[in-house]
Design a protein. Sequence first.
Length: 122
Amino acid sequence: MKIFEKLKLAEADFPVVLLINVYSSKHGKKDIIKIENKIDLDLTMLGLIDPNLTVNIIENDEIVNKMQVSIPKEVQGMFKCKNPRCISNFDEYATPKFVLAHKNGKIRYRCSYCEELTSYTI
Ligand SMILES: [Zn+2]
């Protein structure tokens, strides 16, 4: 649903199919979004929402390309640094930049400006 929202598919002028709770032998169940058009996909954004996501490009009923999205190692400008004193929060030219870091088994991003660890919400 989040991806559906982020890609603004509710406003699309081409056919879009959203399937929820489809049986999957690998994951138990999965959700599928079928987009009948060529659109630009931001794989960094998709990886932040769901690192287990797969993108299939289908042409003439055949899968011509399969992309496994993964959690991005570097992120620019997708979310804000949680440190209120960080330069990226008040200098409009300092685009927030983060590098993937793990803390206690959780995914965190380390700010390239102030080193603060941030959990992200997008
Ligand atoms: Zn920062």
